[in-house]
Design a protein around this ligand. Structure first.
Ligand SMILES: NC(=O)c1ccc[n+]([C@@H]2O[C@H](COP(=O)([O-])OP(=O)(O)OC[C@H]3O[C@@H](n4cnc5c(N)ncnc54)[C@H](OP(=O)(O)O)[C@@H]3O)[C@@H](O)[C@H]2O)c1
Length: 246
């Protein structure tokens, strides 16, 4: 049996176990399992690997995307640059770290991206904001982070600092906060929606609900919108590809 799985804590609402169970059934993939491993402490990872020597691949979710790094034997360039890993390939006892959120975000952002989208606002400064930052740098899109906290970093502004002039210039707006996610579906990031236009592209990493209030309010002003569902599927498929390539 080839074993795969997900580490994180808690894991009750995770997407990946159900996704891979369905994938294995739909694609007729036999002899594989994908399980949840809700470990309370990242130091339990070596014990888990010892108990499950058949494990070939692991996805990593909150809160271990950063703290898993000391356990890796090798890391790919995005992991080194961002200090965050969400996918591990295990081969001959060696753990190689990847970040498939990066690929997921880039591939799902790109179809609706226009040449005029040269400046972006990243709402939030957490783990997924780092993956978004990595991709925007790669695509040569200038960006500012928008945070609830005042920061000395000149690349970070607060929500209160957003105005018509900034929104005129920064026409790509990416929500990397959990604001608007089920069950708090009546909430939305505190940006001045009245300054949005059809020139804007709003991307929400949240995928439940499919249309958050952030996207709805953007669409009402004519903006292009996209939710996080494709990103989620692409990052899972990218993990599968990594685990199966020689
Ligand atoms: N679609 C996908 O494939 C995918 C992949 C990864 C994550 N996600 C989703 O992205 C969201 C964020 O995940 P994450 O791992 O980046 O979380 P995280 O590390 O906890 O970071 C979220 C950031 O959002 C801001 N934030 C948190 N609570 C807030 C609030 N009440 N109001 C305003 N801002 C708030 C914070 O930034 P400041 O303190 O600077 O304001 C925080 O650093 C989650 O909903 C997750 O499900 C989706």
């Amino acid at each position: 049996m080839r074993k795969f799985g997900l580490i994180g804590y808690p894991l009750s609402h995770s997407f990946s176990p159900a996704y891979f169970a369905q994938k294995f059934a739909d694609d007729g993939i036999v002899g594989c399992s994908y399980d949840s491993f809700p470990i309370e402490d990242i130091n339990k990872l070596p014990g888990l690997l010892q108990d499950s020597p058949e494990l070939e691949g692991i996805n990593v979710t909150i809160p271990y995307k950063k703290s898993v790094i000391p356990f890796l034997s090798d890391s790919t360039e995005p992991v080194i640059k961002m200090g965050a890993c969400n996918c591990i390939k295990i081969k001959n006892g060696r753990l190689t770290g990847y970040n498939t959120d990066v690929t997921g975000f880039e591939k799902s952002l790109s179809p609706k991206l226009e040449s005029s989208h040269t400046r972006a606002l990243i709402l939030g400064t957490g783990g997924s904001a780092a993956a978004v930052e990595y991709v925007l740098e790669k695509l040569s899109i200038d960006f500012l982070f928008v945070s609830r906290k005042n920061a000395s970093d000149k690349k970070v502004i607060t929500y209160q600092g957003l105005n018509k002039e900034i929104l005129n210039q920064y026409t790509l707006i990416i929500n990397t906060t959990p604001v608007g996610m089920y069950p708090s579906i009546e909430t939305y990031p505190d940006i001045p929606y009245q300054f949005l236009s059809p020139r804007h592209y709003l991307f929400d990493l949240v995928y439940n609900p499919a249309e958050t209030l952030f996207l709805k309010k953007g669409a009402e002003m004519g903006a292009i919108t996209k939710n996080g569902s494709d990103m989620l599927v692409i990052q899972a498929e990218e993990s599968w590809k990594i685990w199966n390539e020689e």
